[in-house]
Write a protein that binds this ligand. Sequence first.
Ligand SMILES: NC(=O)c1ccc[n+]([C@@H]2O[C@H](COP(=O)([O-])OP(=O)(O)OC[C@H]3O[C@@H](n4cnc5c(N)ncnc54)[C@H](OP(=O)(O)O)[C@@H]3O)[C@@H](O)[C@H]2O)c1
Length: 251
Amino acid sequence: MKLHGKVAIVTGSSKGVGRAIAVELAREGAKVVVNYRESKDEATNVVTEIEKIGSTAIAVKADVSDANEVETLVQTAIREFGSIDILVNNAGYISKKVWHAKLSHVTEEMWNNVMNVDLKGTFLSSRAVSPIMMRQKRGKILNISSTPALTGDVYGFAYSVAKAGILGMTKSLARILAPHIQVNAMALGSIETGWIDWLSPKEVQDLIKETALKRFGKPEEVANLAVFLASRDSDYITGQTIVIDGGYYAH
Ligand SMILES: NC(=O)c1ccc[n+]([C@@H]2O[C@H](COP(=O)([O-])OP(=O)(O)OC[C@H]3O[C@@H](n4cnc5c(N)ncnc54)[C@H](OP(=O)(O)O)[C@@H]3O)[C@@H](O)[C@H]2O)c1
């Protein structure tokens, strides 16, 4: 097992990509803090799933855009498990309305909601775990970004900007926290989670057509990459963005 004895916090792991990452880290031996904001039942189910595979997890409610709640999340992890070796900044805010809003319809509220969860949440969680990782002289921070951060997109304006900010933050944190802590980002293409339900059959087909591998990715495929970036196998990689998009960006 690649992560035996490690402790991981995965923000927003009650469902979707975060859920898959939490389960795969646990399968590799990590104890996992399953963070959620609203979906308590789903988070509890993830804990049960992890326990069934013989590992340990707790569910902790915290809004990653709130500094006090993030501090409580981190302190709970320390109290329960004694260290924090891996932080996955996965929590993200997006809605059909935010995704489709034309520039003139992007409200300050939409902008703030996205920035607060995706960008500020990544900052607050990284800031909270970094003194602990520095003291331990080890740690891995994985940030979740998205291909529009690299390409731009006519949709999801605030989202693309926030995800681009995360890539800049990844490089700065990698330098600030070197040499003992590695910080990397994953830029995801279209992954099969709840947002697919917003799309019309034609939109689904168009996205698949534009993806070299002719399919959406699975959360478990992102989780496999997360295991690599959380493990010693990636010790000489920091400040990087790994694109996992089935060749959409390369197309
Ligand atoms: N799916 C894709 O195709 C895709 C592509 C590119 C990037 N991404 C990124 O990958 C990440 C996961 O996406 P997903 O598709 O798995 O999303 P999802 O299914 O909507 O899940 C989002 C998760 O984030 C949590 N969350 C939202 N706001 C939060 C907050 N303020 N504090 C703590 N947790 C919060 C939710 O928890 P609650 O339900 O408990 O609130 C949920 O567990 C996001 O950062 C997203 O931007 C996804």
